[in-house]
Design a protein around this ligand. Sequence first.
Ligand code: LLP
Length: 438
Amino acid sequence: HGTSEINASGHLEIGGCDVVDLKSQFGTPLYIVDEQLVRERCKQYVEAFKESGLQFQVAYASKAFCVMAMCTVVEQEGLSLDVVSEGELYTALQAGFPAERIHFHGNNKTPEEITMAIKAGIGCFVVDNLIELHLLQAIAADMDKHVNVLLRVTPGVEAHTHEYISTGQTDSKFGFDIGNGSAFEGVKIASNLSNIKLLGVHSHIGSQIFEVEGFQMAVQKVAEFAKEVHEQLGVSFKVVNLGGGFGIRYVDGDTPLEVSQYVKAITNAVKEHFAGISNTLPEIWVEPGRSIIGDAGTTLYTVGTQKNIPGVRKYVAVDGGMTDNPRPALYQSQYEALLANRANDEEKEIVSIAGKCCESGDMLIWDVNLPEVQSGDLLAVSCTGAYNYSMASNYNRIRRPGVVFVKDGQSDLVVKRESFQDIIGNDLVPERIRKQAV
Ligand code: LLP
């Protein structure tokens, strides 16, 4: 998919770059991003919304993969940006991302984060709870600023991978519950605070969702709430943010829809349920993360050792693992892989791909069908663009891999592989400990 193909030498090629060459240039493990595919995904969202005729913003949920070059690419594609911490905000601002297109999320923003974001002049705060609302009001008043706010509401739609449950009371750490009246109370309070400009509400029902029903149900619940608020408080929502969560295909059997189908389902539901609440339909914002970057990412590893347990299993170890991709260990996520330097060879054996960390749970893939694997072969694991680099760790003091963007035969490093100095860079051995008598 994307710009990936197998070239005449039987090597995987992404963005016109042979991964065997990428290995010699940048080493492994290496995250490779198909920049063209990222740009296409951004365009698919923008085009689908334009088609709907509604006012909109598409904010890339940077938690999926937040580095400066990525911020630059989504900025160029006209997207907004969702950040959830001072670190993501700092990254975006350093990349020159326009502050007014940045939305600040999170259920526990610190006073320092709020101050930093107001100073930068960000476009909107997505406020999670009353304590934050009052804190934001106090800080904004102190700084003599007015801030745009969406209230995060819990619509009572729980999205599981394949089913949607409408619950009266959603058990979640996030947001104002619609069902128990706290969202109503939140709107009432927010619309009377002097330095808060309430733009509307936000709802996010989950991640890696394949079907549209959950989103449609959320739109309906939020619309019912908007109606209640309009009739009883005279408040109308200019903006309704429906979050992210649009699924992608990791392995056979995953059945996501096209970006345009998700957008169409949402915008149609908005037209249906918001008609007549106030004079104009609200502006619709969404926050896709995984579906922008997920399938554009590939991780390239070098195969090292093997352990064959006859009649049981063959373990093939690569030079990375749960440090660069914690998702299999955390969520039992499944991935596909191919032998990137001999991609046309006949598949011969079922092996399991192990990482190099010192624990048994460090497995990347159980049972994948590959040609006979040898030390020095290159293994490419696909769909690692989202929540891999952004969730990577230095467990076992393993250095985080570099990230390279490829497009039209060009490859450019956007994150350097960590150095040994990076590993010990924050370590201190204080005088008192060094001088300890033994
Ligand atoms: N908006 C909000 C408020 C969110 O909490 C999230 C994801 C998104 C947007 C983007 O969702 P996406 O389009 O990427 O599904 N680490 C997990 C995923 C956690 C998602 C957290 N929130 C994983 O690796 O699957």
